[in-house]
Design a protein around this ligand. Structure first.
Ligand code: KMH
Ligand code: ZN
Length: 276
């Protein structure tokens, strides 16, 4: 068993800065968060950005500046979200790949997402996957429900392996409308992941109150971890999250207890097929 990949997802597109003041929304806040999370043991940063009014945006200039700043200030693998917010058009989501990330997310199907719908048509999925192959970007396949793993099997069998040849999936569990954030659901996913190409790795994150059960289940099942304020803004009952670092520190502690210490960013690159 290898060590643990720890991804930090610090911002997301769903929480308002007004409701969650600790959310990093400016480039300075994001870079400071990234450096501190790297020092604690994170190896990947999953990035959503905000505009000058702290609203979610896929503005190309801001995305490029963010990738550059994170690459200059940290060794973290920079993974841009191609998911954006549920209202973002497909064209803007595809254009995220023009901002030059090492990795990008690639969601494997449509899912109800709270009161909205996170739309991911088959043709759009194929477009993201093949464009990433062409541009040398390593995908992280986002899985919100069990059937999306079979969509991934279909994608790989029809359109080939991702750039780098390694398949990595992230189970996003406990979204209202998606699979539950439970150990049983994680084990069901892990059984299907066995049918994906040999060596496929997975991480998992549980939204809201499913954070802890999903983290413990993932470590127990040989998976990796994603944590951050994109996914949870409550540390414990009645205690708001103080910072992304608090969530990363807790994940590092659990990984060490499991005797699977955090992988460095370069070890993560080696595992995921991301060029150094
Ligand atoms: N904000 C969600 C609608 C991703 O980053 O790729 C989509 C999401 C997934 O967060
Ligand atoms: Zn995201």
């Amino acid at each position: 068993m290898t060590g643990t990949l720890i991804t930090v997802a610090p911002t997301g597109a769903e929480s308002d800065k007004a409701d969650v003041p600790a959310l990093p929304v400016t480039l300075d806040e994001l870079v400071t968060t990234a450096k501190e999370c790297e020092a604690l043991g994170a190896s990947i940063i999953h990035v959503h950005i905000r505009d000058a009014q702290a609203r979610p945006t896929l503005d190309q200039g801001r995305l490029r500046a963010t990738v550059t700043a994170l690459r200059e200030s940290t060794g973290l693998i920079v993974q841009l979200s191609s998911g954006g917010a549920v209202i973002d058009p497909e064209s803007d989501r595809l254009a995220v790949l023009d901002a030059g990330p090492e990795m990008a997310s690639c969601t494997m199907g449509t899912v109800n997402f709270g009161d909205g719908v996170f739309l991911n048509r088959w043709e759009f999925i194929v477009g993201l996957h093949t464009r990433m192959q062409d541009r040398g970007i390593v995908p992280e396949y986002e899985i919100f429900d069990l059937g999306q793993l079979t969509t991934l099997q279909r994608l790989l069998s029809r359109h080939g392996l991702p750039f780098g040849g390694h398949v990595h999936v992230d189970l996003v569990m406990g979204v209202p409308g998606g699979m539950p954030g439970t150990a049983a659901a994680l084990v069901a996913c892990e059984q299907v992941i066995r049918d994906l190409p040999e060596g496929t790795t997975f991480s998992a994150t549980g939204i809201g109150r499913s954070t802890l059960p999903v983290m413990l289940a993932s470590l127990s099942a040989g998976g990796h971890l994603r944590v951050g304020m994109e996914d949870t803004v409550t540390y414990a009952k009645g205690r708001p999250v103080e910072s992304n670092m608090q969530l990363v520190a807790r994940a590092v502690g659990f990984a060490q207890l499991a005797q699977r210490p955090p992988l460095s960013p370069n070890q993560a690159r080696e595992l995921l097929g991301v060029p150094s």
